[in-house]
Design a protein around this ligand. Structure first.
Ligand code: ADP
Ligand code: MG
Length: 196
C-alpha cells in the first residue's frame, strides 16, 4: 500500500538520491546535453521536500502539488515532463488516501502517457520514455523493480538520441546513458519501494 505518508517518504528519498547522484546526472548531461540535469533535478526536488510539511487530504492532492512544484522549479525540458507526469497521475488516485499496487501502477501509467504526450516522444529515442514505457508495460507486483529499472537505464547507453537536446549530438549521442532515464529510475525506485 502507498499511503500519503509513504508517498511523502518516497519523495524525500528521491530527493536524497538525486542529491547523491547530482554530479553524475550533470556529467551525463554534459556529455550529450548542456550539463544542467543534476542541478535542475536537485532544485526541483528540494522545492518538493519543502511542500511536504503541509497537510494533504488525498494522494491526488499531493501528487498535483508535487507536479506543479516540479513544473515551476526544475526548468529545462525535464520540468514540464515531470510536472505533467505528477499532475496527470493525480486524478487517477481520485480521493484515495492509500493506493494498492494496481492503483499505483495505473497512476504511473498515466504519468508515462503524460510524459510521452508532453514530449511528443516515443520509445527508442533515448529519453526518459525508454524507462517509463517499458517499465510500466508489463509491471508485476512480484518484479525486482530496481533490477528492471537498472537494465532499462543501461539500455539507453547504446541508443542514438532523436529527441531533445541530445539529438543534436547525432551518432555521438551513443555511448552515454540518458540523464533523464537515470533520474526517472531514481524516482520510480523511490515510489515502488514505498508500495512494497
Ligand atoms: P534540457 O534538455 O532542457 O537541458 P534537462 O537537462 O533537465 O533539460 O533534461 C534532459 C532530459 O529530458 C533528457 O535526458 C531526456 O530524458 C528528457 N527529454 C528531453 N526532451 C524530451 C522529450 N521530448 N521527451 C521525453 N523526454 C525528453
Ligand atoms: Mg540539460
Amino acid at each position: 500500500m502507498l499511503t500519503i505518508e509513504g508517498f511523502k517518504q518516497a519523495l524525500r528519498n528521491a530527493q536524497s538520491e538525486i542529491e547523491a547522484n547530482k554530479d553524475i546526472l550533470t556529467d551525463l548531461d554534459r556529455a550529450i546535453g548542456d550539463g544542467d540535469h543534476g542541478i535542475n533535478m536537485s532544485r526541483g526536488f528540494e522545492a518538493v521536500v519543502a511542500i511536504l510539511d503541509d497537510d494533504y487530504a488525498t494522494l491526488g492532492e499531493l501528487s498535483k502539488k508535487v507536479g506543479m512544484t516540479l513544473m515551476s522549479k526544475i526548468g529545462g525540458a525535464a520540468g514540464p515532463l515531470y510536472g505533467s507526469a505528477f499532475v496527470k497521475a493525480a486524478p487517477k488516485f481520485e480521493n484515495a488516501i492509500e493506493a494498492d499496487f494496481a492503483l499505483v501502477k495505473e497512476a504511473l501509467a498515466e504519468a508515462s502517457s503524460a510524459i510521452k504526450n508532453r514530449g511528443k516522444s516515443e520509445v527508442g529515442q533515448k529519453t526518459m520514455v525508454d524507462v517509463w514505457e517499458p517499465f510500466l508495460s508489463d509491471l508485476q507486483a512480484s518484479d525486482n523493480f530496481d533490477a528492471k529499472l537498472d537494465e532499462l537505464v543501461k539500455a539507453t547507453e547504446d541508443m542514438r538520441a532523436t529527441k531533445g537536446r541530445a539529438s543534436y549530438f547525432g551518432e555521438n549521442s551513443r555511448g552515454t546513458i540518458d540523464p533523464g532515464a537515470m533520474s526517472s529510475s531514481i524516482i520510480l525506485k523511490a515510489i515502488l519501494k514505498e508500495v512494497e
